[in-house]
Design a protein around this ligand. Structure first.
Ligand SMILES: NC(=O)c1ccc[n+]([C@@H]2O[C@H](COP(=O)([O-])OP(=O)(O)OC[C@H]3O[C@@H](n4cnc5c(N)ncnc54)[C@H](O)[C@@H]3O)[C@@H](O)[C@H]2O)c1
Ligand SMILES: [Fe+2]
Length: 322
């Protein structure tokens, strides 16, 4: 078994709880930057060199580590580079057994059918039926010491998943049932309660799970499509990038954005402003290309004729406001 553990836990007590035996190996995942296809390929290749085959990969960490674990598991059995599989249903062979243990709540990576990777030409997931974990362990105690800012940004990833799923054209009863539950939990934690306790950690962990289930059979929307461009060009992290974008999406999600602004105020969070100031035309073009490449996200958000509504020019104006 390969334990891929978020580097945050180097030297921490959690390591004593990992039952390493025989040829098991613990690898720390460097998540300074969100996962790249090159990093997935490198870990998978080193495991092939050392062991030939492995019994399984267990990811323990935030969304970045969980995605790495999913990617490495798939690349143990699929030829080529993980970059070859960025897209929808390109993975044809199951990976090795994989399990996920989240230590940060919000991304829904513990249940989703994607692993989001930055590759040579795009930031796009390996979306496939073989991508989800075989098993997950949800232990809210593992999230007890997450700094409040990080908790908020990753928590808002979940909130935004709910809004984008529930307001999307891909909505169905499956996604609606999970999305409504996750949204209700987020509202409880970030709008109604005025302190953070163990119950909040439990609630956010279940919100993340349900939010992830909701998008499994629907899609995310405008905030994600735009934030992927930021992340590709500027390396903006997923949670904070979504917040920077969602803050300006009143045209698309009026009620959600209004509530989001209340949550920012109540939780005393600063959302960075003017992060695209001074970028060149070429930079804007790169972000627009990455963003408009996320066709299912736009179609979910705006319907089949989305290309008429979200022109390059309109998207450029939106990027300029961030
Ligand atoms: N697969 C999916 O469905 C999906 C969905 C949304 C986002 N994502 C991806 O997830 C990534 C973002 O994940 P994230 O927001 O969970 O952040 P992250 O995994 O990048 O971690 C953020 C920081 O928190 C630290 N950390 C992790 N656990 C901690 C703990 N218990 N206490 C203190 N610090 C801890 C990490 O070391 C890191 O420094 C992005 O790469 C994004 O693309 C994937
Ligand atoms: Fe997300």
């Amino acid at each position: 078994m390969i334990f891929l553990v978020d580097h945050f836990f180097e030297g921490k007590e959690l390591l004593n709880r990992i039952p390493i035996r025989g040829k098991d190996k613990l690898i720390f995942a460097d998540v300074t930057y969100e996962p790249k296809t090159t990093y997935v390929d490198k870990i998978a290749q080193s495991l092939k060199d050392e062991f030939g085959k492995v019994s399984g990969v267990i990811g323990i960490g935030g969304g970045s580590t969980l995605d790495l674990a999913k990617g490495v598991s798939l690349m143990m059995n699929n030829p080529g580079s993980s970059a070859d599989y960025q897209g929808w249903d390109l993975v044809k062979v199951p990976g090795v057994y994989k399990a996920g243990i989240p230590t940060l709540s919000g991304t829904g990576a513990e249940v989703s059918r994607t692993t989001v990777l930055t590759g040579p030409t795009r930031k796009l997931g390996m979306n496939s039926d073989f991508t989800p974990f075989d098993q997950i362990v949800l232990d809210p105690q593992l999230t007890a010491n997450v700094p409040a800012n990080q908790r908020f940004y990753t928590g808002m990833d979940c909130y935004i998943h709910c809004i984008e799923s529930l307001q999307g054209t891909y909505l169905n009863e499956f996604s609606k049932s999970y999305g409504e539950k996750a949204l209700q939990l987020c509202q409880k934690i970030f709008v109604e309660k005025d302190h953070w306790d163990d119950e909040s950690d439990e609630q956010l962990m279940m919100a993340s799970y349900a939010g992830g289930m909701s998008i499994a059979y629907s899609q995310v929307g405008v905030a994600h499509a735009v934030s992927y461009g930021l992340s590709y060009l500027l390396g903006t992290k997923h949670g904070i990038g979504n917040c920077i974008v969602f803050d300006k999406l009143e045209e698309f999600y009026p009620a959600g954005v209004e509530e989001f602004k209340k949550m920012i105020e109540k939780n005393k969070i600063d959302i960075p402003q003017n992060i695209t100031a001074g970028l060149s035309d070429d930079d804007f073009d790169k972000m627009i290309n990455v963003s408009l490449g996320m066709k299912p996200l736009w179609e979910n958000a705006l319907g089949k004729s989305w290309e008429k509504q979200m022109t390059r020019d309109k998207l450029r104006k939106l990027y300029e406001r961030l």
